[in-house]
Design a protein around this ligand. Structure first.
Ligand code: PMP
Ligand code: GLN
Length: 394
């Protein structure tokens, strides 16, 4: 039979998150790899989901999403960002942000079109682009003054006659960068000058630290009309397993994404939609407290990693901290990530797998801090063993 998998998906294999979580389970290591919290979201929201199930809310909801959630998403966008989206036609509920991104790319990109991404990029972007038969063009985020940023000239150079869209993720996984208004203005200018669609992944919109503000690209002048804005309940409400996301965009863009989405999954699970509608209205104070707790966890893990000898790049948002492994005498993050359970009983993510130019991310490891304090402390205690184990040129 030969290789059954189609050529365009062969580079993907198993996601790094599944691989590293499996490694953690097999070795009993502390899992600071895959980004999921080890505590639950707001209690009343969980009860709303249970009540929805018990109340018989268990059949197919409407394809675009239940009206209560579309209205709550619309109101949330208005209240937080001053953006008006009509819940009938400009909001589409999806199976997580992942489906939203994939549906948008499949709906908007012809085979051979190019999509610009910032590397390191969230892994599903590359797969979505490949499924569409499109081509990705990576613009590298480089460390400057302690944070990852891009060179505007590199962004402009990455855009060519076949470029259709730019995928923008801010707050950014895996670097923790929150794009500044100035950086977003560069993206907005390029989108408008070159007539591109922006697909924005804003799943960490509420998880920013040190008073840093998340600016949605769609709020910049001229951008709402060409932006497909994507978010998800998973991160804001600590329910990554609920896979409830949404798209907000002008009606023709939403209609395009919905045309694809209806044949991927038709609709998203019903009970979570009601619970998330409740949470968007009533649990934003819980989210604010969660944000503050995460900021403290970031500080806790960052300090611990520094004490263990890593170079630490403090994130302004997300669940993740990037570290430079070279001060410990290591050179290759992929190699170190594979050995980390044995060396220190901890699992982390090798950042280089998120690059088209892996050499540029070879010396980074990503650690998740969305964990209970005692878990972070135990991981740090274990990682302090590493100082003695490093051998040059691993
Ligand atoms: N985008 C980014 C940047 C993410 O980190 C994640 C997941 N954790 C997703 C998308 C996927 O979100 P969801 O689980 O809602 O599909
Ligand atoms: N977004 C999570 C992370 O970056 C993982 C999501 C997944 O497992 N696909 O760790």
């Amino acid at each position: 039979m030969g290789e059954p998998l189609v050529g365009r998906m062969r580079e993907f294999g198993t996601t790094v998150f599944a691989t590293m979580t499996k490694l953690a389970v097999e070795t009993g290591a502390i899992n600071l790899g895959q980004g999921f919290p080890d505590t639950d979201g707001p209690q009343r929201m969980l009860e709303h989901a249970a009540e929805a199930i018990r109340g018989g809310f268990n059949q197919y909801p409407p394809g675009p999403g239940v009206p209560e959630l579309r209205q709550a998403v619309s109101d949330h966008r208005k209240q937080w960002y001053g953006l008006a989206y009509d819940p009938d036609g400009e909001v589409l509920v999806t199976v997580g942000a992942t489906e939203a991104i994939t549906a948008a790319v499949l709906a908007l990109c012809e085979p051979g079109d190019e999509v610009v991404v910032f590397e390191p990029y969230y892994d599903s972007y590359a797969a979505a682009v490949a499924m569409a038969g499109a081509v990705r063009r990576a613009v590298t985020l480089r460390v400057d003054a302690g944070r990852f940023t891009f060179d505007p000239a590199e962004l402009e150079a990455a855009v060519g006659p076949r470029t259709r869209a730019i995928l923008v993720n801010s707050p950014h996984n895996p670097t923790g960068t929150v794009f500044t208004r100035e950086e977003l203005e560069v993206v907005a200018r390029v989108c408008q000058e070159r007539d591109l669609i922006a697909i924005t992944d804003e799943v960490y919109e509420h998880l920013t630290f040190d008073g840093v503000e998340h600016v949605p690209l769609a709020t910049l002048p001229g951008m709402r009309e060409r932006t497909v804005m994507i978010s998800s309940a998973g991160k804001s409400f600590s329910v990554t397993g609920w896979k409830t996301g949404w798209i907000c965009a002008p009606a023709p863009l939403v209609a395009a994404a919905q045309t694809v989405k209806q044949f991927l999954t038709f609709t998203a699970s019903a009970p979570w939609q009601l619970a998330v509608a409740y949470a968007l209205r009533e649990e934003m104070a819980w989210v604010a407290a969660q944000r503050a707790a995460l900021e403290a966890k970031r500080d806790r893990l960052a300090a611990g990693l520094e004490a263990a000898g890593f170079g630490v790049l403090r994130p302004a948002g997300t669940y993740f901290v990037q570290t430079d492994i070279r001060p410990l005498g290591f050179a290759d993050g992929l190699e170190l990530a594979r050995r980390l359970p044995e060396l220190a009983g901890v699992v982390a993510i090798p950042t280089q797998v998120f690059y088209d130019h892996p050499g540029r991310g070879r010396h980074f490891l990503r650690f998740a801090f969305c964990k209970r304090d005692e878990v972070i402390d135990e991981a740090v205690t274990r990682l302090r063993r590493l100082g003695g184990t490093a051998r040059p040129a691993v």
